[in-house]
Design a protein around this ligand. Structure first.
Ligand code: PMP
Length: 434
C-alpha cells in the first residue's frame, strides 16, 4: 500500500524510502511459510547442532554473574571482551588484529547499513557481483546508490571487468565508492573467490582507490576446506571486513563485527552511536562467553557436517529430478544457484510452485537490473535432508508442468504479472532477505 493513494502518508516519505518497495512475491511468502510447504527459500541457519544445555548455562551466567555489564549500556564500538574474542576468530582467515581495531555491530546487516551511510551519497556507484546478496542490495538501494553488477564466474568477480567499470563510471561523471564481495560460499551462488582473484581485486581496488567491502559470514562453513585468507589480510587500508556470528552460533543474538581502516572505523563508531547508541551488550557478552567457555570450533565442525549432508541431499535430488537444469555445486555455505530449463521464468513460476507446496527465492531478487529471470536460489540450510529431497521433487514436477504449458501456449504465458524478463518488472527483496 505504501506509495499509493490508499496510504494517508503518501507524499510524506523521504526520497530514499521510495526505493523500499515490496514485490508481489512478498505476499507469496506468507503462504510459503505454511507447514505443508517445503521452503527452500529462507537462509535460516539450523539450530539443531547447538549444545542447548551449555548455551542455557552461558545465558544464566551472563545474567547471574555478569549483569552489571551484560544488562547495561555499553560502548558504541562494542564490548572489549567480545572484541578480544573476535581477534581470535579473525586468525582463522589469516588476519591478526588488535581488539581496538574491531567494531561490534548488530549483525553484519547493520554493519552494511552503517558503512553505506558513511560512504555513499545518492547516485554514487557500488559495484557488486552477479548475482549479489539481496540484503546488501536493499541497503545500497535505501541510500540511493547506483548499483552496477559485474560479470562473475565460478572463481568470483572478473577483475578486469572491475577496471573497465570503474573507468566507464568515472567517465560518466559518477563516483565509484565501493566494491562489494561475499568471498566464501556466496549468497546466493555458493561460489568462492579464488586466492588469485582475491589478490588481484585487492590490488585493483588499491590502485583505483575504491573501498573493497568483504562480507564474510560463511568463512567457517566450508564442507571440506578451511577458510581462505581474507582480503583484509592483504591490505587492511583498502578492505573493510564484515564478520558475523549468525551462521556459526545464532542469528537471534544479532552479533557481528567490522574491521576497517582507522578513519573509517572512527566514523562507523559515530554512525553506530547515532543509530543504536551501542549494540546489544547482552548479545555480545553472551557470544563472548560462549566462545571462551565452549569448544565452539568443534561445534562448527559438526555444523559443517550437517550442512554437507544437506548439500548432498540437494545435489542428489537435483541430479535425479531436474537434470534439465544446471546448478552450482557449492563447497560450503547454504545455497545453490539454479539455472532453470530454457524459457522458464523463476518469478512467474513461483505462485505455481507454492501451490505445488515448494518455495524458493527467484533469481531476480539478487539483481538490481533485469538479470536473474531464469534463475532461482535454493537453500539447503534449514530443512532436514528428506524434506530437501521432497522439496526438489515437487519443484521438478512444477518445472515439468511449466514446460508442458510453455509447449502448449508459448509466449502468451509471459503475460503473467510476475514475469520478469519481458516486462522489466524487477523484484524488490522478498520477505526473506536472508
Ligand atoms: N551478508 C550475507 C552475505 C548474508 O548472507 C547475511 C545473512 N543471510 C548477512 C550479511 C546478514 O547477516 P547478519 O545476521 O550477521 O546480519
Amino acid at each position: 500500500m505504501a506509495g499509493t493513494r490508499l496510504d494517508r502518508w503518501h507524499g510524506a516519505y523521504s526520497r530514499r524510502a521510495s526505493g523500499m518497495t515490496a514485490s508481489a512475491i512478498r505476499a507469496l511468502f506468507a503462504v510459503a511459510n505454511r507447514p505443508e510447504v517445503v521452503s527452500l527459500a529462507g537462509g535460516m541457519p539450523t539450530l539443531e547442532a547447538l549444545p542447548l544445555d551449555d548455551v542455557a548455562e552461558v545465558a544464566a551466567r551472563c545474567v547471574r554473574d555478569d549483569y552489571a555489564a551484560s544488562l547495561q549500556y555499553g560502548s558504541a564500538q562494542g564490548d572489549p571482551v567480545a572484541r578480544e574474542q573476535v581477534t581470535d576468530v579473525m586468525r582463522d582467515v589469516a588476519v591478526s588484529c588488535h581488539p581496538d581495531e574491531v567494531v561490534m555491530t548488530t549483525g553484519s546487516q547493520h554493519a552494511l547499513d552503517l558503512l553505506t551511510r558513511i560512504m555513499v551519497d545518492p547516485g554514487d556507484v557500488v559495484l557488486v557481483e552477479s548475482p549479489s546478496y539481496v540484503g546488501a542490495l536493499g541497503v545500497f538501494r535505501s541510500y540511493e546508490a547506483a548499483i552496477v553488477h559485474l560479470p562473475t564466474d565460478h572463481a568470483g568477480l572478473d577483475p578486469e571487468a572491475v577496471v573497465t567499470a570503474v573507468r566507464r563510471e568515472r567517465d560518466r561523471g559518477r563516483r565509484v565508492k565501493a566494491l562489494y564481495v561475499v568471498p566464501h560460499h556466496q549468497n546466493p551462488s555458493g561460489g568462492t573467490t579464488s586466492i588469485e582473484r582475491r589478490q588481484r581485486l585487492v590490488e585493483l581496488c588499491r590502485e583505483e582507490r575504491v573501498l573493497l567491502v568483504e562480507d564474510d559470514p560463511y568463512a567457517h562453513l566450508g564442507f571440506s576446506s578451511d577458510p581462505l585468507p581474507a582480503m583484509q589480510s592483504m591490505d587492511p587500508e583498502t578492505v573493510v571486513y564484515l564478520g558475523s556470528f549468525s551462521k556459526t552460533f545464532a542469528p537471534g543474538l544479532r552479533v557481528g563485527w567490522v574491521l576497517a581502516p582507522t578513519a573509517i572505523r572512527a566514523k562507523l563508531v559515530l554512525a553506530a552511536e547515532a543509530s543504536v547508541l551501542c549494540p546489544s551488550a547482552f548479545g555480545q557478552r553472551f557470544v563472548a562467553s560462549y566462545l571462551a567457555s565452549t569448544d565452539w570450533r568443534s561445534r562448527v565442525k559438526v555444523l559443517r557436517e550437517v550442512y554437507r549432508e544437506r548439500r548432498d541431499a540437494m545435489l542428489e535430488a537435483l541430479d535425479r529430478y531436474l537434470p534439465a537444469a544446471s546448478y552450482t555445486r557449492p563447497a560450503g555455505g547454504f545455497f545453490t544457484w539454479v539455472d532453470l530449463p530454457d524459457g522458464i521464468d523463476g518469478a512467474a513460476m513461483l505462485p505455481r510452485a507454492v501451490q505445488g507446496r515448494v518455495a524458493y527465492v527467484p533469481g531476480t531478487a539478487f539483481f538490481d537490473d533485469d538479470q536473474g529471470g531464469s534463475h532461482v536460489r535454493l537453500s539447503f540450510c534449514f530443512p532436514p535432508p528428506e524434506r530437501i529431497t521432497e522439496g526438489v521433487r515437487r519443484l521438478a514436477a512444477v518445472v515439468d508442468s511449466e514446460l508442458e504449458l510453455r509447449e502448449a501456449f508459448g509466449d502468451a504465458l509471459t503475460d503473467s504479472p510476475l514475469a520478469t524478463h519481458e516486462h522489466g518488472n524487477v523484484d524488490r527483496p522478498p520477505t526473506d532477505t536472508t
